[in-house]
Design a protein around this ligand. Sequence first.
Ligand code: IVH
Length: 670
Amino acid sequence: MKKIKHKINKLRKAILKYDYFYHTLDQPIVSDAEYDYLLNQLYNLELKHKQFITFDSPTQKVGANVLNKFKKVAHFFPMLSLENTFDLNGYLKFENRIQKKCIINSTINFCCELKIDGVAVSLIYEEGNLIRAATRGDGFFGENITENVKTIKSIPLKLNGFNIPKRLEIRGEVFMLKSDFFELNTQSDTGKKKFFSNPRNAASGSLRQIDSKITAQRKLMFFCHGFNFFKEIDIFKTHYDVLMQLKSWGIPVNKETLICSNHLEILNYYRKCEKNRASFDFDIDGIVIKLNSLDLQKKIGCNSKSPRWAIAFKFFSKEAITKLYDVKFEVGRTGIITPVAYFNPVYISGVLIKKASLYNHSEINRLNLHFNDYIVIKRSGDVIPKVISVIIKKRSENAKKVFFPIYCPVCNSELFSNKEEKIIRCLSGLICDAQKKKLFYHFFSKNALDANGLGPKVIDKLIQKKFVLNLIDFFYLKKEQIKNLSNIGEKKSVKIIETIVKSKKTTMNRFIYSLGIFSVGEMISQKLSNYFICLDNFINASRKELQSIDGIGKVVANNIFNYFSISENRKLVDKLIEILDIIPYHDTSCKKNNIFNKNIVITGKFKEFSRIKLKQILTTLGARISNKISKKTDLLIFGKKFGSKFFEANKLNIKMISEEELNSLIKKER
Ligand code: IVH
C-alpha cells in the first residue's frame, strides 16, 4: 500500500509540473502522449485505490490553472475534457458501455470528427452577436479573451440566418495553420520575437496576448465541435444536425466529419485520417467519436471529468520534443566509442524512450549539441530512436557544448580516430574494463560459445565479486562461488557450471567468432575456418595470406594480424585452445575415413610436411589434434627425432604410425 501511495504521489507531482510548463509557461516539456499516459496511469491507480484520491489530484481538475493576465469568467456549462484511447480495444469498451446503456433496437450512430490540436474556447452569442469568448481554464472558470477572439477572421461577430436562438454557446478549437506557424517562426528568426515550439503553442500564445493587436496579426483559425443551448430545443435530433445548422449560420465546421455506425467504419475513418494527417495544413492528434443522438447523449450523461457519450481515439505521436540531460560515451566490445544521448523520457508510438545513439563524433557536430538542449526525437523507421534536431532558440545562453572526449571514459587511455571509418576507438583491448566485460558477454553469447544461463547479469556479478579476471577463470569457477552471488540458488548454480562445461565443446568458426576480433563476425569466422582448417595456421597467418582469402579485405586482415601481434592475446588463445574442445572445420563429406573424429598426437620431424601443414591435412580429414598423450589418444604419428610422447604412447598401447605409413594412409583417404 505504501508503495502505491508513493507511486500516486510521484505521478501527481510529475503531472502538476508538466501542467505548469504547458499551461502557464506555454512551454511543454513532455509530449502529449506521455502526459496522457501518465494521467491515465494515475487515473487507473486512483480508481483501484479510491482511499488515496485527494481533492487537489490532477485527475480531479478538468483543465489547467488560470493565469492572472485576464479576467476570470464563470462558464455557464462546465468545459469538460475527453476520455482517451490509443487502441481499438479502448474504443470497443466505450462502444459496449454505450450499447448496454442505450438498449435500443435501431443502429446507434456516431459522429466522427477530427481531433484538432489547438486551444479550446467557448463563444457566447446573444441575439446572434458574439458577446463573450473564454478559454477553458479549470473547466469552471476561464479567461475572458473576447477582444482577442474578435480579431479571428473565421469567427463571425454576428450569426447570419434564421431561427437563431436568443442565447447560444459554441465550443470549438482555435488553431494556427502549419504554414502560418512556419511563417511566424521565420519572422521570429529575424525579428527575434518569441519562438513557439509547435502550432498549438503558437495559437495559445497568440490568443493570450494582452494586446489584441498582436493577436490580430497572427493568423488564427477556428473549427466548432460543440454547443450548448440555454433553452430546451427539440428541433435538432443529432449532434451532426446541429453542426450543420451552425455551419449555415456562419460558424466554421470541419468538413471531414463523418457518421459511422459500427467499429469497422470507425476504424476505417481513424486509419484514413491518420494516413492523411500530414496532408492537412493543421495539426490533428486523433479523432473524436461522439454518440450522434442528442437524446441518447442526455440519457448517458457525463462524469465529473468527461462526457460518457464521447471518446478521443488518439494517434501515436511519432516525434517528440524533450530535454537532453546527458551524453554518455559508451565503450563497445571492440573499443569503439559511441556517444549516447540521455533525455527526459518521452512516449513515441506508444514506447517510452529515454536514450538514443548519436553514432559518432560527426553526428554530434552536425547537431551542434549542447547540454540541456531541447531536442526533437523521432523513431526512425518507427523503431530506432534518433535525435533529429536541436531547438537552438530554446538553448540557454550559458549552455555547455558537448565535446567528444580525448581519453577513454573507462580506462583513461588516449583515443584514436579512424577517419576512413568515421570512428573513434580505445585501443587498450582487454586492459580496458569496459571492453573486457563486453568481451565476456560476447564470448559466451548464443552465436559464440553459447553458454545459456551465463548472461550479462551473472557475468557482472562474477566480475563484481572478482571471481573472474579473465576468460580462463570462467572455466575454473566452483559451484560455491556462483551460489555466493545474489539471487542464485543451488539449482541455478549447478546449471551454470554445467553450461560452462558444455560450452567447452565448440567448433572452429564459433571459436574464432567468440574471440571478438574487431570486424570478424560470424560470416568471416566461417570463411577463416574454411580456409585455414587448423587454428595454428590461422593464428600464425601473415597479413598477405589473410588478405589473399576471398572476401577478406585489407582492414579485416590488418585487424586479425594486429590481434595476434599482441602477446596477451596469443597467450589467451593458446590457453583457450588447451582448455576447450574445438572441433576443427572439416568437410562433412569426409566423415567415412579412418581419421575422422580420431584423437591424434604428433611427435618428431617430418620430411615431407611441416608440422602446420600436417595438422592442416589431418584436420581437413576430421581429426582432432592434441598435444598430450592420454587414454583418449587414438593414434600417434611419429617422425624423426621423436620425443617422450613416443614412449608414453607405447606404454598405453596406443596405435603408432611412421611418416611412410602416414603417407599411404593420407593418399588412401584423400
Ligand atoms: S469534443 C467535453 N471534439 O480536445 C469535451 N473536442 O482532449 C468535448 N478537441 O477539450 C470536446 N477537437 O478542446 C471535441 N472534434 C473535437 C475536438 C475536440 C479537438 C479538443 C477539445 C477538448 C480536448 C480534449
